[in-house]
Design a protein around this ligand. Sequence first.
Ligand code: ZN
Length: 352
Amino acid sequence: MNFDKYRICEIIKDKLQHYGTKVISKLGPVVNPLLINHKKEDNHLLIFYFHGLFESMNQRALNHIDPQHNMLVNQFDEFLDYFLNHGYKFIKSEDLLTGIEENQRYAMITFDDGYFNSMPAWEITNKYKIPGIYFLTTSNIIENKSYWWDIVYKYRHKQGNSLEAIGKEQSFLKGFKHPEIEKYIIQNFGIKSFEPWSDIDRPFSPDEVRYVSESPFSTIGNHTHNHAILTNYEEEGIKEEIMNSNKILFELTGKLPNDIAFPNGNYNKQILELTEQLGFRFAFTTDPGKNRIRPSNKNLICLKRLMTTTTDIKEIGSFYRLGANPDTVYSDVKGQVTFLAKAIMLMRVMRK
Ligand SMILES: [Zn+2]
């Protein structure tokens, strides 16, 4: 029998990650309150990113989109309540320029990609007068196209593939530019696969973007034209992706965006410089953590964001307030254990 050692190691690593994260999630509500230093929560900004919301677990179970990041509508309501009850004030990016009060704790809500299913969140935030930023992938909106990672998810899931295999295929595709990904989708699933299946997987229509943008609590941001993972592109390609999106956003809303969120969170120094040259004031990453609020200046402000999940806010809220989530805590713990193990090994070698 020929065992693939590498493959076995990968499976063990995945299982450890899964159970490690679960144990940390359960311990969080007990341990985290002891770690939260309330003074340190002040003058910090927590930014959360969502994709869309599910109406119910039944809607989630339809598997019309990759379900990993989406909360339920009632969980979103509880999420906002949790932070309001812990003294957080929800702000928009512009507030960072006009100056904000000292000794306050702040939070910001952002939605990536432009899913129509973020509409229930828009309704809730409007009801509570809480601002939200909507980062739109303009080609999907203009052409009413399903997002490529959802196409991979829904077709492969229907074919009976495992979540792990689907995740690997999606990660593989993230190494390419948009035209290559599109070619792959057409070759594997056909051109018709871009047609959305329902309101769950479709993007906003242009009219809906106009409608959403008219609320004083909405800000529209750039998420490139084709959800381009910008680190795969040369300078010209980066500019083209950002400018094409800006042009459409201007036509739809009458405004040029100040905010950009990098698709898949990928950026580098060159990308930050280009975004600044193109007139953006705020760049939203997916680097996890808290943002320390500093006085505004003329430079581009690069912001960290925390990913949200379907987990109950009572379980995960204290992690967020520490600028973390169970996954980042797991990685930290694993990193420290590995470091300790290496240090012990080194001491043993030196003693010999
Ligand atoms: Zn995105």
